[in-house]
Design a protein around this ligand. Structure first.
Ligand code: 13P
Length: 252
């Protein structure tokens, strides 16, 4: 059975002091052996700080983006070999905020996923439709197009990615997809993965978009929802811990 993965996406939040206290609180609240996987995807300047704090704990380190290039004259970029060098386990790629504010295309997102895998960093490939696209009945087509680009780029390594379904209209809005809406899309994504790899059952598909302590349990109870990519609620230790506990219950 797939383990649940609860990954915090801190986005552009935090500072040294608040990172330290948030992590100390989360670590203190965790059971000694947690029956789910946990990660925090932090701003790159804090990868070193957070890496030291989570070393030898159940929390894995994640980045919020990665370059498609390995090295060279790409000012401001951070490569997958650099992330690996800092013991980073996950890199989010294709978050809707990167697609929207940084013009990232499906093809670039695929290249980033490929670069991450080549360095032993697991890409968390984000897909999701806007409200306009949902209302126009395009949800399935949009997420399939986005995932297809990643599948195409990573080739035979498809089963090594993590996928995150994040409906854009649910991100930071307090509007969550219903468990049924989310499960329907996750099932579509699972079927698409199954057409590309015989190991589709291994792939974790996370839900993201206003997941919180109150709604996590019913989302995580769905057959194809294998965890969460948590924005706002990952910045509050009690909320993040509640979601982790919901994942543990859903795994039992
Ligand atoms: P919120 O949980 O704040 O809606 O953010 C979701 C998200 O974008 C995680 O990547």
């Amino acid at each position: 059975m797939r383990k649940k993965l609860i990954a915090g996406n801190w986005k552009m939040n935090g500072d040294k002091a608040s990172n330290a206290s948030l992590l100390a609180d989360v670590l203190q609240g965790l059971e000694a052996s947690v029956a789910c996987e946990i990660a925090v995807c932090v701003p790159s300047v804090y990868i070193d700080q957070v890496g030291r704090m989570v070393d030898a704990t159940p929390i894995r380190l994640g980045a919020q983006d990665v370059s498609a290039q390995d090295k060279g004259a790409y000012t401001g970029e951070i490569s997958a070999p650099m992330l690996k060098d800092m013991s980073v386990r996950y890199a989010i790629v294709g978050h809707s905020e990167r697609r929207q504010y940084h013009g990232e295309t499906d093809a670039l997102v695929g290249e980033k996923a490929k670069a991450a895998l080549a360095s032993g960093v697991t890409p968390i490939v984000c897909v999701g439709e806007t409200l306009d696209q949902r209302e126009a009945g395009e949800t399935e087509a949009v997420v399939k197009r986005q995932l297809a680009a990643a599948i195409h780029a990573v080739g035979h390594c498809v089963s090594e990615i993590v996928v995150a379904y994040e409906p854009v209209w649910a991100i930071g809005t307090g509007k969550t997809a219903t468990p049924e809406q989310a499960q329907a899309v996750h099932a579509v994504l699972r079927a698409q993965l199954a057409a590309a790899t015989e190991h589709a059952e291994k792939v974790q598909i996370l839900y993201g978009g206003s997941m919180n302590a109150g709604n996590a349990a019913e989302l995580l109870a769905q057959a194809d929802i294998d965890g969460g990519l948590i924005g706002g609620a990952s910045l509050k230790a009690p909320d993040f811990l509640s979601i982790v506990r919901a994942a543990v219950v859903a795994s039992a």
